[in-house]
Design a protein around this ligand. Structure first.
Ligand code: NAG
Ligand code: NAG
Ligand code: NAG
Ligand code: NAG
Ligand code: NAG
Ligand code: NAG
Ligand code: NAG
Length: 362
């Protein structure tokens, strides 16, 4: 769902300089002075060119920084040391950080063992973490305990820069079911692509493993290793011959967000199980609502194996809306790497072809 996005631009606007902040979309691309269209649809430089920067709405296809290439990993949360707690300090270095806290508050509930809690309070508007690396096909499994409160939505999704999206969601108080969904480039279809999968043991009290198995031709959702839904790319082709199927590199995001608040569309509030009760005993006792994450496993499955010097994904010059082209690249994903790293003696001495490439072009 897109709704958490709507809550965030205020923060970003507050950090804008006067040269920045015009809105961007498919018909109104960013100017060269503020070339990057952020995930929230505002033009700017710096952080606007990082996670979620939309190449199709930016000044040019290469305005956004390249997306850090996928790396298979088993993420655990014994502590929060791999999570950058303030995303505005992120420079695009996906070796330094695995996750960014984009908004809200987190807690580590068990420093000796490890589970990450994402918090929702009346004031924080929800919490979201994003992976610093992108997935361009592959399998992601998250072991999660969800919320259990009307109006509160737990979500585990993949989201690309052009808003290809694959979802697991748990709206409200229904703790025996999970919902799967997907979107192509943020397009809201007349008939929802969402589906509900029931019969689970309480998703608040029990960890379950939720998997998104995203392959070039099929998309499969699994719970505790069992397939609950399969979608073939070929079944998504529309009357113009375009497959409305996610194909672009995506970040992994987990969030807890307040869908059931005044001002949200009635349909969203209803879907989420009504208006949030801030007097709920769980909320009063803990001081927040929460979801718990124990581990997240990522297995990359790029259509072609990247060579060792590949650092990133870029959108190719022949990209169109209907067929985004994605290439591997040697380009840095790091903001300001030019000034910071051309003078790095190690980089110059280690003058591999990739190193020279960096020196010449960044
Ligand atoms: C795109 O942005 C321009 C400039 O802000 C705005 O006038 C226009 O309505 C927007 N178009 C859409 C489809 O949102
Ligand atoms: C994040 O860092 C920015 C820049 O240093 C700062 O203005 C902002 O207050 C920080 N946000 C939080 C939540 O600490
Ligand atoms: C990225 O972070 C890693 C780990 O902290 C560090 O070794 C490396 O120098 C950083 N790269 C750049 C270009 O800053
Ligand atoms: C903390 O985590 C460890 C390892 O998962 C577990 O053995 C222990 O019971 C946990 N402690 C608490 C207080 O939850
Ligand atoms: C991740 O992989 C490790 C090693 O195979 C396994 O022990 C763990 O249960 C997995 N976690 C998830 C969420 O799949
Ligand atoms: C776009 O270019 C890439 C390589 O740069 C190629 O793999 C892809 O097939 C091209 N796509 C189209 C639609 O021409
Ligand atoms: C990276 O650089 C090497 C050496 O110049 C080159 O052979 C390779 O094709 C490049 N890879 C990509 C994805 O650009």
């Amino acid at each position: 769902m897109l709704s958490l996005l709507l809550l965030i631009p205020l923060i970003q606007l507050a950090t804008l300089s006067s040269a920045q902040g015009t809105t961007c979309n498919a018909t109104s691309l960013c100017p060269s002075s503020a070339p990057c269209c952020s995930e929230f649809g505002y033009c700017g430089t710096g952080e606007f060119c990082l996670g979620g920067c939309n190449p199709l709405h930016s000044h040019s296809l290469d305005s956004c920084l390249p997306n850090p290439v996928c790396k298979s990993a088993q993420h655990v949360f014994t502590d929060n040391s791999r999570i950058l707690s303030n995303v505005t300090h992120f420079d695009g270095n996906a070796t330094e950080w695995d996750w960014t806290l984009d908004k809200g508050n987190m807690l580590n509930t068990n420093t000796s063992g490890g589970e990450l809690a994402l918090l929702l309070t009346k004031d924080n508007g929800g919490t979201r973490i994003s992976s610093t690396r992108y997935l361009h096909y592959g399998t992601v499994t998250a072991r999660i305990k969800t919320g259990r409160w009307g109006g509160v939505v737990t979500a585990f999704i993949t989201m690309s820069s052009v808003k290809d999206e694959i979802d697991w969601e748990w709206p409200g108080a229904k703790t025996t079911e999970a919902q799967s969904n997907y979107f192509w480039q943020g397009f809201i279809p007349a008939q929802t692509n969402g589906a509900t999968h029931g019969g689970l043991t309480d998703t608040f009290s029990n960890y379950h493993d939720y998997t998104i198995d995203w392959q070039p031709d099929t998309l499969t959702w699994l719970i505790d290793g069992g397939v609950v839904r399969t979608l073939k790319k070929s079944d998504t082709v529309n009357s113009n011959g375009i497959a409305l199927y996610p194909t672009t590199p995506a970040r992994i995001q987990i969030s807890l967000w307040p869908a059931g608040i005044e001002g949200n569309p009635q349909g969203t509030v209803q879907w989420a199980g009504g208006i949030i009760n801030w007097n709920d005993p769980d909320y009063v006792a803990a001081g927040h609502f929460y979801t718990l994450i124990q581990s997240i496993n990522v297995t990359c499955n790029d259509p072609v194996n990247p060579s060792p010097d590949v650092t990133s994904y870029v959108y190719t010059p022949n990209t169109t809306t209907s067929t985004p082209g994605i290439d591997f690249s040697n380009k840095t994903t790091i903001n300001g790497a030019a000034s910071g790293h051309v003078t790095n003696p190690l980089l110059i001495l280690g003058a591999t072809a990739a190193g020279l490439f960096l020196i010449q072009f960044f």
